[in-house]
Design a protein around this ligand. Structure first.
Ligand code: MCA
Ligand code: AMP
Length: 524
């Protein structure tokens, strides 16, 4: 039986010349393919030397990681796969209460954090039963690398089956706490292999691709779609520790592929240095994680001559649909990338738009998007009831997105049945913020709504009703939220009102609030 470990497939795609550059960072460091191979072997050997026990059900140990972006952080991800352990990425913006929940829920055997955060992360981890807490900083220091330096640089990848767990990605829920989406080696590899073909990645023998990697690596977009895309194709990555529009534009002449959330595109459009000539060598610009405004799509085409390819995915499913890279008779034979749509269901993905009567609606009509395919996750970590709720009896996953598919097959997302705000590509669930706000002194109740924002696409606005006799200060409430929640979840404005608009059933009318604050961030 062949080894279905995702790392084996990625390693097999390394180019023959192992001394070629695999990653070049914005601080001028270069890593060869041999460096990646040896470093992942050393870290995998370190992880395996810890002799971590499997769970009674046979689930491999989890490695939870909250560190700043660095090539070493990517190496840690690859080493975790190589060792057959389960990677659990955590947004660097998460505060102690959020980390406490994730660590308590996933029970990782290993936690890796920054040296700066060790003092507060380690007690949380040890309390939850974690055996080892290592540090890893973005300047190649920390106890993880110190320990790995003593380990051998040869390592035989652990044997895995396609349905073995490779990663747990936490996604917030419309009610209650976050859920850990369990992704297998097979989910990740099948999606990466399909995208390699669909997006026309060119191997070094075919002239090669160079990817500008400017996204965070703790979510699906930067961690899986971008990294797997480059590695499975033997492509060099130009590695940006943090997104800086000018530095990305400066790198365009040396690159061929870029992936970003819409905010990255609007920020680049604001730079005069973005010109047709500067972008000329590029082959492909891809956008996803949040809706790309048609204005951005059109402005980008006018300025650079390139048509952004928009695609759609989720943590639970990785990539689901994509606009075409080129006409391909094996699929739909359409070459047009249509702004305002997320393109076609990817090969192997079954997608249907379901109406209220649990029946598929005809082309052009709106309904709930449901999907099935080898990329769709197995379920939520230790939440069988939640998992059951999100799947239909015939095995389709309910995305919570509302959309339509036209007669040609293009899918558009027109809304969400889940109460979710997508801000700069990060998901913010109002229920979570409202829960924290309602616990603050002087707050009777609250509502968070998403409104348009020129930079982040959408941001949260808080509306608070004071307790009798109390007069909470909006700035004070925001400050209190900042101490408890990741910064991107913090509402950009807070209003204290006498009452919330309600319908006859007593339900808060968020649409009324959304309407009221629709133009709050309009420029001018
Ligand atoms: C930063 N801030 C934000 C956001 N990011 N506010 C709202 N939404 C955001 N996304 C605020 C901070 O709270 C802070 O506020 C101030 O901006 C400066 O923070 P900083 O970290 O310096 O911001 P930045 O570096 O300018 O970051 C903006 C960003 C970043 C580059 C757009 O948000 C980003 O990298 N987004 C990409 C997210 C992503 O990769 N999503 C993929 C998810 P204050 O000063 O008040 O504290 S995967 C996914 O969705 C699915 C599967 C898919 O389809 O891909
Ligand atoms: P996440 O929980 O971070 O995996 O976010 C998944 C959600 O992001 C999806 O359910 C969609 O609502 C949204 N999303 C991803 N890509 C797009 C896109 N291209 N257009 C609109 N929404 C998107």
């Amino acid at each position: 039986m062949s080894n279905a470990n995702l790392f084996v497939a990625l390693r097999a795609a390394f180019p023959a010349d192992l001394d070629a550059v695999a990653v070049e960072t914005d601080s001028g460091l270069r890593y060869s393919w041999r460096d990646l191979d040896r470093a992942t072997a050393m870290v995998a050997n370190l992880l395996q030397s810890l002799e971590l026990p499997r769970d009674p059900g046979g689930v491999p140990p989890r490695v939870a990681v909250q560190v700043d972006k660095s090539v070493e952080a990517m190496i840690l991800y690859l080493a975790t796969l190589r060792a057959g352990f389960v990677f659990l990425p955590l947004n660097t913006a998460y505060q102690s209460g959020e980390i406490e929940y994730f660590v308590g829920n996933a029970k990782p055997a290993v936690v890796v954090c920054t040296g700066q955060n060790f003092a507060w992360v380690s007690p949380i981890a040890f309390q939850a039963g974690t055996r080892h807490v290592f540090t890893l900083n973005d300047d190649r220091t920390g106890s993880l690398l110190e320990r790995a330096a003593h380990c051998g640089d040869q390592h035989v990848p652990a044997r895995c089956r396609a349905d073995d767990l490779a990663a747990i990605v936490y996604t917030s829920g419309t009610t209650g706490r976050s859920k850990g989406a369990m992704l297998s080696h097979g989910n990740l590899l099948s999606n990466a292999v399909m995208l390699k073909d669909y997006w026309g990645w060119r191997t070094p023998e075919q002239g090669g691709d160079v990817l500008i990697h400017a996204l965070p690596i703790f979510h699906v977009h930067g961690l899986f779609v971008a990294i797997h895309g480059a590695l499975l194709n033997g492509s060099t990555m130009l590695w940006h520790g943090k997104f800086d529009p000018r530095r990305v534009i400066a790198d365009l002449p040396r690159a061929t592929v870029f992936m970003g959330v819409p905010t990255l595109y609007t920020r680049m459009l604001a730079e005069p240095a973005l010109t047709r000539q500067q972008a000329a060598p590029m082959r492909l610009f891809i956008s996803g994680s949040a809706p790309l405004l048609i204005e951005t799509f059109n402005d980008w085409r006018a300025r650079t001559g390139h048509t952004i390819l928009e695609r759609y995915g989720m943590s639970e499913t990785i990539m689901l649909t994509s606009n075409p890279y080129r006409a391909d008779e094996r699929y739909h034979n359409q070459s047009e990338r249509r702004g305002g749509t997320v393109g076609f269901p990817l090969p192997g993905v079954q997608l249907r738009v379901q109406g209220d009567e649990r029946r598929e609606v005809p082309a052009g009509e709106i309904g709930g998007i449901q999907v099935k395919g080898p990329n769709v996750f197995a379920g939520y970590w230790q939440m069988p009831e939640k998992t059951a709720e999100e799947f239909t009896p015939d095995g389709f996953f309910k995305t919570g997105d509302v959309g339509q598919q036209d007669a040609r097959g293009y899918v558009s997302i027109v809304g969400r049945s889940k109460d979710l705000i997508i801000s700069g590509g990060y998901n913010v669930y109002p229920a979570e913020i409202e829960g924290v706000l309602n616990e603050l002194p002087g707050v009777q109740e609250s509502a968070i709504v998403g409104v348009p924002h020129p930079d982040f696409g959408e941001v949260g606005v808080a509306v608070v009703i004071a307790r009798a006799g109390a007069a909470p200060d909006p700035e004070g409430l925001i400050a209190a939220l900042k101490a408890r929640l990741a910064n991107f979840k913090i509402p950009k404005r807070c209003f204290v009102l006498p009452e919330l608009p309600r319908n006859t059933m007593g339900k808060v009318q968020k649409n009324v609030l959304r309407e009221r604050y629709q133009r709050l961030f309009e420029p001018g």
